[in-house]
Write a protein that binds this ligand. Structure first.
Ligand SMILES: Nc1ncnc2c1ncn2[C@@H]1O[C@H](COP(=O)(O)OP(=O)(O)OP(=O)(O)O)[C@@H](O)[C@H]1O
Length: 280
């Protein structure tokens, strides 16, 4: 049974629609959820968490319906939004008191231990914390009730590389428990390259792919050459093309192209750019 299972999720705003979004997040794995600004990542996450009402579709978390059986799953999920959803005048300790009333498994010593580890003074007000500190506080809040599933919406955006790395390490530490799972939205693809097991890519409200990272990086390759050399490439190998500064670049399927053609391994970012901006 997957940790999260989404089938045919639809949600419409006046100028945007999530169209038949379907994917699974397997237990014990980290899924990176990528897409450009406005692609529908936050909308999908908010629908999963039922803070936004879906129009239609099925969402299950650990096999439970995410709306009808919300109480059964609440304890199992820790959520981190890209901004702290608390008044700026509250201190870490005040937030702790509030949160302890919401969760049966709330672990006060763990919360304070995490703040100590993150070097955050619990007496400081939210408005006195830097963006990195706010994010760490948010992560401490999400972890302090011992969730099995972390759902993170852009947890590393706007943070410097050192803090980002620290936060990625925290997620890897969380994953040391076999049953733990993370769904992590980001447009910082290098972060996902480091820690994700699978990648789901959303573009204009539609899922382009949802695949294990290794399969993706094995399936595709980047070929570079001149317009003339391009003619030698088997047509069915070419997925997308674009005009580069020094010639043509093509995203190709590795299994359709002879190893005689020199190719390189794509990054997640290259895959994303080719699949959204490349010509067919
Ligand atoms: N409450 C709302 N009312 C109307 N439109 C909305 C609402 N929330 C989101 N949208 C629109 O839905 C689209 C998708 O937004 P969403 O926040 O899901 O994108 P995203 O992939 O998370 O982007 P980003 O990376 O910038 O956070 C955008 O065009 C946005 O303007």
């Amino acid at each position: 049974m997957p940790a999260i299972s989404i089938r045919n999720l639809q949600k419409s705003f006046p100028a945007f629609t999530l169209k038949n979004v379907s994917f699974d997040v397997q237990k014990g794995t980290i899924m990176g959820f990528i897409g450009e600004n406005g692609a529908g990542k936050s909308t999908t996450i908010k629908c999963i968490l039922n803070v936004l009402k879906k129009d239609s579709g099925l969402i299950k978390i650990f096999g439970y319906d995410h709306t009808k059986e919300e109480m059964q799953i609440k304890e199992e999920i820790g959520v981190v939004y890209d901004d702290l959803p608390f008044p700026e005048t509250l201190t870490g300790s005040e937030i702790e008191k509030f949160m302890s009333r919401l969760y049966k498994n709330w672990d006060e010593p763990l919360f304070y231990q995490l703040l100590k580890q993150f070097k955050i003074n619990p007496a400081k007000k939210v408005k006195e914390l830097s963006r990195g500190m706010k994010m760490k506080l948010s992560i401490a809040i999400a972890l302090a009730h011992h969730p099995k599933l972390l759902i993170l919406d852009e947890p590393t955006s706007g943070l410097d590389p050192i803090v980002r790395d620290e936060i990625l390490d925290l997620f890897l530490h969380f994953m040391e428990e076999e049953e733990h799972t993370i769904l992590f939205s980001s447009h910082i693809t290098s972060d996902l390259e480091k820690i994700a097991d699978s990648i789901t890519f959303i573009h204009e409200g539609e899922i382009v792919f949802s695949e294990s990272k290794d399969v993706l990086l094995y399936e595709y390759a980047i070929w570079k050459g001149s317009q003339q050399e391009l003619k030698d490439l088997p047509e069915d190998a070419i997925v997308r093309m674009r005009q580069g500064i020094y010639g043509v670049e093509a995203l190709v399927r590795k299994n359709r192209i002879h190893s005689i053609f020199p190719t390189t391994r794509p990054t997640i970012e290259e895959l994303m750019v080719f699949l959204t901006k490349g010509d067919i």
